[in-house]
Write a protein that binds this ligand. Structure first.
Ligand SMILES: Nc1nc2c(ncn2[C@@H]2O[C@H](COP(=O)(O)OP(=O)(O)OP(=O)(O)O)[C@@H](O)[C@H]2O)c(=O)[nH]1
Ligand SMILES: [Mg+2]
Length: 321
């Protein structure tokens, strides 16, 4: 055997020596870190449920600088057009561009038919822009991703059942995006009422066959499935938003102060805001991005390409005739 090795020293070096491809994960990681990540969320729901306020609260909980907490420049007003708010948030050496798309609330018109159309169109437009970039001959090495990774759907804290409009809109949305339902302004419900309401909403979603996020796909392992089912059992997250800081234990936190006390938005005893934030920007960030690409975008892409193929086949047939 030794003789053979001497005869072919090049072969031996290639097999035994240290090549260094075990550093591949670090190389990919450092490349990804340099580029940073983009995470796009949209908020949807009836008017006045606190969508704009919650966006502000999410940013405030991420953007704590030396001067204290991030404060809005202007008070929050009724939203009249679809608009994106964007900030770069950083944790250790990971930079995340968090884009949250605010939408005007609906539900205050007599006829709310098709009120979801502009929102569904906005989501599809992002898919279509991505597809166009992907299909150009000189496509960019890295395509900027504006596809919506999560849709926070705001449910009114009635404590009863979902409204007919919620069922229709969530059904439409769940066909194009990852829908994460939340109970808005949950400070108006007692803890017991929240639990009963949550359970009822889960039953109604199941009854109406609405597939909300997270759902299991064949790519998920047992651990991920376990985590998903734990999340599903506490959904929808009962949230509270606030655009003001209140002082709790000498520190400014986002909260709501009333005559009987203070609700600290980031206290898990008070509401599920922390769970929602961790779910979105920590535990399920990568999966939300992946599911968007592999499930929602893929469905859009194959439908579009199929339509394209059919229309060019029809044109070719016409030319022949
Ligand atoms: N009690 C309570 N009030 C809230 C909460 N979040 C927001 N509000 C208040 O509700 C009102 C409406 O909040 P917005 O954030 O403008 O609601 P919106 O859903 O963006 O409304 P549109 O833009 O019309 O769709 C404001 O007065 C907020 O201070 C909450 O969690 N609890
Ligand atoms: Mg608003």
């Amino acid at each position: 055997m030794a003789a053979a090795a001497v005869e072919n020293p090049v072969e031996l070096t290639r097999l035994n020596s240290y090549v260094g491809f075990d550093s591949l994960p670090q190389q990919i990681e450092s490349k990804l870190l340099k580029r940073g990540f983009a995470f796009n969320v949209i908020v949807v729901g009836q008017t006045g449920l606190g969508k704009s306020t919650l966006i502000n609260t999410i940013f405030a909980s991420h953007l704590i600088d030396t001067k204290g907490r991030f404060e809005p420049d202007e008070p929050i007003r009724q939203t009249t057009e679809i608009q994106a708010v964007s900030h770069v948030v950083q944790e250790n050496n990971v930079r995340l561009r968090l884009n949250i798309v605010d939408t005007p609330g609906y539900g205050d018109l007599v006829n709310n038919e098709n009120c979801w159309d502009p929102i569904v169109k906005y989501i599809k437009d992002q898919h279509s822009a991505y597809l166009r970039k992907e299909l150009t001959a000189m496509r960019d090495k890295h395509i900027a991703d504006t596809r919506i990774h999560a849709c926070l759907y705001f449910i009114a804290p009635t404590g009863h059942t979902l409204k007919a409009i919620d069922i229709v809109v969530m059904k439409k949305l769940s066909e194009v995006v990852n829908v994460v339902p939340v109970i808005a302004k949950s400070d108006s419900l007692t803890l017991e009422e929240r639990e009963v309401f949550k359970e009822r909403i889960r039953a109604e979603l199941a009854h109406n066959n609405i597939r909300v996020y997270p759902f299991d796909t064949e790519d998920h392992d047992d651990e991920e499935r376990g985590l998903n089912s734990a999340i599903r059992s506490m959904m929808p997250f009962a949230v509270v938003g606030s655009e003001r800081n209140v002082i709790v234990d000498g520190k400014p936190v986002r909260g709501r102060k009333n005559r009987w006390g203070v609700i600290n938005v980031e206290n898990e005893q008070h509401c599920d805001f922390n769970y929602l934030r961790n779910f979105l920007t920590r535990t399920h960030l990568q999966d939300l991005i992946e599911t968007t690409a592999l499930v929602h975008y893929e469905a859009f892409r194959s439908k579009q390409l199929l339509a394209l193929k059919e229309s060019s086949a029809a044109k070719a047939q016409q030319a022949h005739a």
